[in-house]
Ligand binder design. Structure first.
Ligand code: ZN
Length: 82
């Protein structure tokens, strides 16, 4: 049996918004290094989607997941009408 990484297109979408980060860790040295290339996916209800592979891009996706809600027009609209 072979295990395939999760399909990024199915992880986070505007219909299933959120931040998903996958970082394969070497179980023998969990804090020393990653066993493979990490990736991340972030999706917002407004339709904004950001994905990245590699540590630098994953950092960008995580940062965007924190910054985007403050600028998201969908969030502002929903909080204004709610
Ligand atoms: Zn948004």
């Amino acid at each position: 049996m072979s295990t395939v990484g999760p399909d990024l297109r199915m992880v986070t979408t505007p219909e299933h918004p959120g931040l998903y980060v996958y970082a394969p860790v070497d179980p023998r040295r969990p804090f020393a290094r990653l066993a493979g290339q990490p990736f991340a996916s972030y999706a917002c209800r407004c339709g904004h989607v950001r994905r990245g592979r590699g540590r630098a891009e994953v950092d960008d996706v995580i940062r965007e997941s924190q910054c985007h809600p403050t600028t998201c027009t969908r969030n502002k609209a929903s909080s204004a009408t709610a």
